[in-house]
Design a protein around this ligand. Structure first.
Ligand SMILES: NC(=O)c1ccc[n+]([C@@H]2O[C@H](COP(=O)([O-])OP(=O)(O)OC[C@H]3O[C@@H](n4cnc5c(N)ncnc54)[C@H](OP(=O)(O)O)[C@@H]3O)[C@@H](O)[C@H]2O)c1
Length: 266
């Protein structure tokens, strides 16, 4: 690394996997631009990270449910004269429930957050990176990218998009000096399930969730190595491998059993 400290931008850096990724970047002396909705929590996170690592942290409070917000993130970074060397698209949400019953407007917001914001930020920062012939992007997908997910149909669909998109763009820019990596975590102990109203599902009630710090470490190593993807955790690697050789309809039925409401919660 040159004397000039590099900058990483992390969406969703105030909680869960994104916060752990931000910690790893700060530990490696990347200055940070952190993005989430709540300014107070952003300030607390910035203070915490600064104390641990001494790097410079800028905060951007943006609601990425709104289409214009991702453009505003890019414009603000440019206005502040910051060059982003590493982009981490992490902010994402899900919604639990049967598709015929769930709130369509919330699902459209989730599509904007999990897909729209990823595409906008990847496009805008990637153009700059390709022009400089260097840069790294981590798009947080999920093992949901590989497994149709009853009770979370829209969420799993958005994550399938992220991983497919990542591999396709990566192939286009293979010789550019820029890398795109997708991180595929399994069930991880974060606030995700509260936001998704998923506490009564079997998958949450039965426990056995990964530590977000371990998941972030896997993602960080893959990002720095320039790998195309990493599935975090042995059990998740096995589940995806099995899914690859099983008819999609059977995978969906098996996932339905995993994700349905727990006994007594139906
Ligand atoms: N937890 C899991 O089991 C799991 C598994 C596979 C993949 N993932 C993926 O991992 C990523 C991170 O999730 P997590 O589990 O770490 O969840 P989390 O603890 O709920 O963290 C989500 C982060 O995104 C931010 N965020 C949420 N909605 C936002 C919005 N509309 N605009 C801007 N920022 C927003 C949150 O801050 P504010 O709420 O303050 O905005 C927070 O910083 C997501 O893409 C998720 O799909 C999670």
């Amino acid at each position: 690394m040159s004397d000039q400290k590099k900058y990483a931008l992390v969406t969703g850096a105030t909680s869960g996997i994104g916060k752990e990724l931000a910690k790893l970047l700060a530990k490696d002396q990347y200055n940070l631009v952190i993005v989430a909705r709540n300014q107070d929590v952003l300030n607390d996170t910035a203070n915490e990270l600064k104390l641990e690592s001494g790097v410079e942290i800028r905060t951007l409070a943006k609601d990425l449910f709104k289409r214009e917000a991702a453009f505003e993130v890019y414009d603000e970074v440019k206005r502040q004269g910051i060059q982003i060397d590493v982009l981490v698209n992490d902010a994402g949400q899900g919604q639990y429930g049967e598709f015929v019953e769930t709130d369509l407007n919330r699902e459209l917001d989730i599509i904007q957050l999990n897909i729209g914001a990823y595409v906008i930020l990847t496009k805008l920062f990637l153009k700059d990176m390709v022009a400089r012939k260097e840069g790294k992007i981590l798009n947080v997908a999920s093992i949901a990218s590989k497994l149709p997910g009853p009770y979370q149909a829209v969420y799993h669909g958005t994550k399938a998009f992220v991983h497919s998109f990542n591999e396709a763009v990566r192939s286009e820019i293979k010789d550019s000096g820029v890398t795109l990596t997708s991180l595929l975590p399994g069930v991880t102990d974060t606030d995700f399930f509260n936001k998704a109203e998923m506490q009564d599902s079997k998958i949450v009630q039965e426990g056995g969730m990964a530590d977000p710090a371990d998941v972030a470490k896997d993602g960080y190593e893959a990002l720095m190595a320039g790998d195309d993807m990493v599935i975090s955790g042995f059990k998740n690697k096995m589940q995806v491998s099995l899914g690859n050789i099983t008819p999609d309809s059977m995978v969906a039925d098996a996932m339905k059993k995993q994700q349905e409401p727990a006994e007594g919660k139906k």
